[in-house]
Design a protein around this ligand. Structure first.
Ligand code: ZN
Length: 427
């Protein structure tokens, strides 16, 4: 909202910084913030203004996390038909070293369809020739859902004769298809084939996870849920509701950590009191995006009873109502005043949980919530959350001079840098 109402684009520098730097804590845990960044770019009308600089950064950058983030952003331009962005991805794939190469195939095939598949196959063929190809890519299964594996294979076959490498690639693909059933490759896959796995329909994803790892793979399954279309989420929920073993039960909980549960959430609510704490925790998480009166009622009841506090406020991600910001602000204040052990003195883990969830909710709904963010800033035991709170205050021009002067000498280098930058001190 803020960006929308300030067409004089005072935030271009921050936006560009966020796009071209890795600002997360751990990519594996946090995932890449691309959709958030893209929304920010669009709201600020900065897509066009910053396009050239983002493309240039993509062409030049080398840090692994930043590169993945930039590739996702460039792919957003490509998705909207930007030919330069598509070319930048192809150029970068062509120029990439053996370790970097794995980033590109899935994105390019997804974006350019059969043409992309051909270009990737030719590129792998070339690398096989040169002996610089050290990864394994199953092109038929990494192709997006709309491209049937047999069709994908036929497309690659169509390129036979383009070079000895392509012929070898085809032989490899055929051999692999034959031995796939017995193959016991490591659960840790390269990031590009991970992208392909995330596009599998639920039933296939579930089979893959079962055979690859035997465990329901929490982060990958969360990511799968984030990317899944509604029909697939329904398929996942149906299997979860009929779950007969731990695997299906946990897999379901993980899938809905960042995706809306599409049916009556009562079974999830019941699990929040499961005697297995692990199940109870993940059940609560799986409710966060389930927008439903029952979730709201559960939130109210738990808040009144001060139950599940560590993970409770995350429920507002999907269930925020008008007036909630004021209520939570007051709730925090009341805890400080009336309760002998207010949140600040709580068990550090509970305080961190409350602070973290509130930040998530505030950032997700793009609200200012000054007092809450200040409370987070002052009370969280975690410097990563503290930095996020400060950046929020600065972004909304709510960081006063006192806070900034203080932060210039903070122990965390990112906080120091953010504060100095906000004060116009670039040294
Ligand atoms: Zn934290």
């Amino acid at each position: 909202m803020h960006l929308k109402h300030h067409p004089d684009h005072p935030h271009d520098d921050e936006l560009l910084y966020a796009c071209t730097h890795w600002t997360g804590y751990d990519a594996q845990v946090d995932g890449y913030p691309t959709s958030y960044l893209w929304t920010a770019l669009r709201l600020g009308g900065a897509c066009d203004r910053l396009r050239d600089r983002i493309l240039a950064a993509f062409r030049a950058d080398s840090d692994r996390d930043v590169l993945s983030q930039l590739l996702d952003l460039v792919d957003q331009y490509a998705r909207n038909g930007d030919g330069d962005a598509q070319q930048a991805m192809l150029d970068r794939m062509e120029a990439s070293g053996p370790d970097e190469f794995e980033h590109y195939p899935a994105t390019i095939i997804n974006r350019l369809g059969e043409r992309g598949l051909i270009l990737v196959a030719l590129q792998i063929g070339k690398r096989l020739d040169l002996g610089t190809y050290n990864d394994w890519i199953d092109l038929s299964s990494s192709s997006p859902q709309w491209l049937d594996p047999n069709r994908a294979m036929a497309v690659v076959k169509g390129q036979v004769g383009a070079g000895p490498g392509v012929d070898r690639l085809l032989t490899m693909l055929e051999e692999y298809a034959g031995t796939r059933a017995q193959s016991k490759s490591e659960p840790q896959r390269s990031s590009w084939s991970r992208t392909a796995i995330l596009q599998l329909p639920f039933i296939k994803y579930r089979d893959w996870v079962r055979s690859e790892s035997g465990r329901p793979m929490v982060y990958l399954s969360r990511k799968w849920g984030e990317k899944a279309p509604e029909s697939e989420l329904r398929a996942a929920a149906e299997i979860f509701l009929k779950a007969e073993d731990e695997f299906d039960r946990k897999l379901g909980l993980f899938v809905f950590a960042n995706a809306p549960f599409p049916f009556d959430p009562q079974p999830l609510i019941d699990l929040t009191n499961d005697e297995d704490e692990f199940i109870a925790f993940h059940a609560l998480r799986s409710l966060r995006h389930a927008r439903h009166p029952k979730v709201r009622a559960f939130f109210e009841k738990s808040l009144a009873a001060k139950a599940h506090l560590k993970d409770l406020f995350g429920l507002l991600l999907g269930n925020l109502l008008p007036g909630d910001v004021e209520r939570v602000t007051k709730w925090i204040r009341d805890q400080q005043d009336d309760y002998p052990v207010g949140p600040a003195q709580h068990d550090a883990e509970i305080t961190h949980g409350i602070a973290f969830d509130l930040l998530e909710v505030i950032e997700y709904h793009d609200i200012e919530a000054v007092e809450i963010v200040k409370w987070v800033f002052e009370n969280t035991p975690c410097r990563n959350c503290r930095r996020r709170a400060l950046e929020h205050l600065i972004k909304h021009e709510l960081a006063n001079n006192e806070i900034l002067v203080d932060c210039r000498w903070d122990q965390c280098p990112y906080i120091r840098r953010a504060a100095r930058k906000a004060m116009g001190d670039s040294t």
